[in-house]
Design a protein around this ligand. Structure first.
Ligand code: PFF
Length: 454
């Protein structure tokens, strides 16, 4: 791939990779997962998963992109001529995720506007499902597109596709250089206010209180590994694509460590912020913290508006800050997810970026309308469930098995990274990828299938 676009600076690449990793998952998934899986004790499996699978796989994906200088399908086809499908499988997962991830960002954008006058009122649940989403009474019922979701969704796609249209340096890098630092500043302001609220200490106690018995539970370890894979955007073709734009001289291993720790740092920050405000809410309502803990859509769009209503002062200000943060965190991830198919189409058909953005982005944007309908939330739940249960584990497992056991390229990849990095990859890296990761991902897949057959 000659004349491939490149990142302008090293910081630009790291910001883009961290921007991809730091997403909705950090804010609404991690805090609840950690709480349910042992609280303070969860940090051990979590850190273990980060060091034995997260960072090693991130290094691997950075090497693949950097070495083959192409999108995921292109790169896998160079690794083994029969492995191109794996690249497309990963791209397909990203494509599908982009169709509904964009819709959730659109909700966050709407809520940023609603926050100015706390439009959601007191019954935040009724507002979300009834007033805003106009959710159908019965699942599967399709009554057309909901205009209040369509407008922000169109805006999100326009922003996303314009960034991609402008290319790697002028589009993706430039956007991340603005969005990610802004997100961190906004989020820090929220967290500082959150920890000083009444009841924050009780919330943090609930979050950090270790339940050591849980450490012996296999499910907790699976939860830790799943969170790491999801959060670091691994096996979605994303990191391969981003690293294919790195210049020849790039410290891959170091970049992976920085990205991994930046993501986990933000995750911890989000956990502290979320549990501080949950502690505050529990105190306002006179209930134990355990009764208000939630993750996902319910946390962001039902519980958070409720908390903002009860803020002692500057409610609207903090409301805007929170939903704007959610929007920015989501956008930088959406950009990376969408870039996987833009790059894939470009490499496969030899067409220009602009055309690939129109075709790939255009189809994804059209499909996202399904989730902007009044049955949208039901569809979203089903698709998200299947993608997470079957898509990701298979994609990651096939990746490590092909590389470590079929083509047996780990030694070569190790030399590739060590020739450009300050941090030397040793035997630990190969053990993580050839033994630990395949075992965990294999177990995860079997476990998913078993629970689904029940
Ligand atoms: N890592 C991002 C997040 O945590 O939100 C992006 C992402 C990864 C989104 C995987 C969705 C997904 F399934």
């Amino acid at each position: 791939m000659e004349n491939r676009q490149q990142w302008g600076t090293r910081a630009g690449f790291i910001l883009a990779a961290a921007g991809s990793a730091i997403g909705l998952g950090n804010i609404w998934r991690f805090p609840a997962v950690a709480y349910e899986n042992g609280g303070g004790a969860f940090f051990f499996p979590y850190l273990f998963a980060l060091l034995t699978a997260g960072i090693p796989l991130l290094v691997l994906e950075f090497i693949i992109g950097h070495k083959y200088r192409g999108s995921a399908p292109w790169s896998f086809s160079r690794i083994h001529k029969k492995a191109e499908w794996l690249g497309w499988w990963q791209v397909a997962i990203s494509f599908i995720i982009s169709t509904y991830y964009s819709v959730v960002i659109a909700w966050a954008l709407s809520y940023t506007v609603f926050a100015f006058n706390l439009k959601w009122g007191n019954d935040t649940e009724k507002f979300l499902f009834g007033h805003y989403l106009k959710l159908a009474e019965t699942p599967g019922q399709f009554g057309g597109i909901v205009l209040s979701v369509f407008i922000p969704l169109a805006l999100i796609w326009i922003i996303n596709l314009s960034v991609l249209y402008k290319g790697v340096k002028k589009g993706i890098e430039a956007a991340n250089k603005i969005f990610l630092p802004t997100l961190v500043v906004l989020f820090l302001i929220i967290v500082i206010r959150a920890v000083t609220l009444d009841g924050a200490v009780e919330g943090l106690n609930a979050f950090f209180k270790p339940d050591w018995d849980k450490i012996a539970d296999g499910k907790v370890w699976i939860a830790a590994y799943s969170q790491i894979f999801f959060s670091l955007s691994i096996a979605f073709a994303i990191m391969i694509t981003y690293s294919s734009y790195l210049p020849k001289k790039s410290d891959l291993t170091n970049n992976a460590f920085i990205t991994g720790f930046a993501n986990s740092g933000f995750e911890l920050l989000a956990g502290i912020g979320v549990f501080s405000v949950l502690g505050f809410l529990a105190q306002q309502e006179g209930v134990p913290v355990s009764e208000v803990v939630k993750g996902g859509v319910g946390l962001a769009f039902v519980v958070f508006p409720k908390i903002i209503n009860e803020f002692p002062a500057f409610n609207a200000f903090f409301g805007v800050l929170f939903f704007l943060s959610l929007t920015l965190a989501g956008l930088t991830s959406l950009i990376s997810i969408s870039e996987t198919y833009v790059a894939g189409i470009q490499d496969k058909f030899g067409i220009k970026r602009e055309k690939a953005v129109f075709i790939g982005g255009g189809i994804a944007a059209l499909l996202s309308l399904i989730f902007a309908s009044n049955g949208g939330l039901y569809f979203l739940d089903v698709v998200d469930y299947f993608i997470n249960s079957f898509g990701v584990a298979l994609a990651g497992l096939a990746e490590v098995v092909i590389i470590a056991w079929i083509v047996r390229e780990l030694n070569q990849f190790q030399s590739h990274a060590n020739s450009v990095s300050d941090i030397m990859l040793g035997a630990w890296w190969k053990i993580c990828l050839s033994i630990i990761t395949p075992l965990v991902l294999g177990y995860m897949m079997i476990d998913n299938i078993r629970t689904n057959l029940k």
